[in-house]
Design a binder for this molecule. Structure first.
Ligand code: SAM
Ligand code: SF4
Length: 326
């Protein structure tokens, strides 16, 4: 089988797909309160186009897909997309990153369609703080989604972005990993889109605060290609982790590429460069000819994947997190 290897010898086997730029929340670090100018409906890749592209990427060695957004669960009929993707030979895992507002009502159908894993974003356990961060009330729904996901046997991770809004609550949030078999990951705020100018908390600072409360944290062996550093506290069912793109870059073994909802294949979160796969998908070609064109163009473009991000030198204003899905 052909593989997708960049000019730094990194093999790409993981695709993150942003299904929509729409969202039912307005997290301060991600979307402006008034929302954004949405991509017109006809410019969003259809399920058929996404499936066609994933078939090509699976032929090039992509094994894992993550559905993200915007909020992926606001995309109509996502359950049928999960099934279409799961049926593609070579695709081993379909994962989801969600804000948890709609997950519990769709969870059983998503599981039956073949969803493998779920990451749920949760920055606070307090509904007033949730409102201050997201502009909506919904903590109970997110906690229900966590419970439903665990009850259905999904492997679950929680994503929490520490900021001035939840700084005093991080120990309490950490307790979720004491009573549940989850990885609770603190994500360093990235200076991207409307988070430019916001201040996050550094991972090393959070870890030392948590160690004061819960004792020494034992570092766990880092999984290949994983952006997180995991730790275990004595007596916890789960683990805590840190995703620290700024203070601990993990570019050297990056195995991922990203597809935007509007059909751009991006090779690094930090840069605007992308391959316009929608143009190719809508070129009028079909069948094996289209497959070959996509395959060749992607193999050519992957050689331009940058060696590393440069968030420390510059924020990124032109792309919003909702376009590229984190
Ligand atoms: N709506 C879904 C959700 O919130 O989980 C999926 C999309 S969201 C863009 C994916 C992840 O990116 C979330 O965990 C969110 O907290 C994180 N995120 C968004 N903006 C961020 C930023 N500026 N810095 C760090 N993480 C960010
Ligand atoms: Fe929506 Fe997720 Fe962005 Fe929050 S982080 S506004 S839930 S896309």
């Amino acid at each position: 089988m052909e593989s997708l290897t960049d000019s730094f010898g990194r093999t790409i086997n993981y695709l993150r797909i942003s299904l929509t730029d729409k969202c039912n929340l307005r997290c301060r670090y991600c979307m402006p309160p008034q929302g954004i100018n949405h991509i017109p409906h006809q410019e969003i890749l259809t399920f058929e186009e996404i499936t066609e592209l994933v078939r090509v990427l699976a032929g090039l060695g992509v094994k894992k897909i993550r559905l993200t957004g915007g909020e992926p669960l606001v995309r109509r009929d996502i359950v049928s997309l999960v099934k279409l993707l799961k049926d593609i030979p070579g695709i081993e895992e379909i994962c989801l990153t969600t804000n948890g507002i709609l997950f519990s009502e769709l969870a059983t159908d998503l599981k039956a369609a073949g969803l493998s894993r779920v990451n749920i974003s949760l920055d606070t356990l307090n509904d007033d703080t949730f409102f201050a961060i997201t502009g909506s009330r919904g903590v109970e729904k997110v906690l229900q989604s966590l419970k439903t996901a665990l009850d259905l046997g999904f492997p679950v991770k929680i994503n929490c972005v520490p900021s001035q809004y939840n700084a005093s609550e991080l120990a309490e949030i950490t307790l979720l990993a004491k009573s549940n078999p989850i990885d609770l990951r603190f994500i360093e705020l990235m200076p991207i889109g409307c988070a430019n100018g916001m201040k996050g908390l550094k991972s090393d600072f959070i870890l030392s605060e948590l160690e004061e409360k819960f004792g020494k944290a034992a570092p766990l062996k880092r999984q290949n290609h994983s952006p997180e550093t995991l730790y275990h506290f004595d007596g916890f069912d789960g683990n805590i982790g840190f995703i620290s793109p700024l203070s601990h870059a993990f570019c050297s073994d990056c195995n991922r590429i990203r597809l935007t909802a509007s059909g751009l294949l991006k090779f690094c979160l930090c840069y605007d460069d992308a391959l316009d796969v929608k143009k190719l998908l809508r070129s009028g070609e079909s069948g094996i000819k289209l497959y070959d064109i996509l395959s060749k163009e992607i193999q050519k473009a992957i050689k331009e994947k940058p060696e590393a991000h440069t968030f420390n030198q510059q924020g990124l204003k032109s792309h919003m997190m909702t376009e590229i899905g984190g």
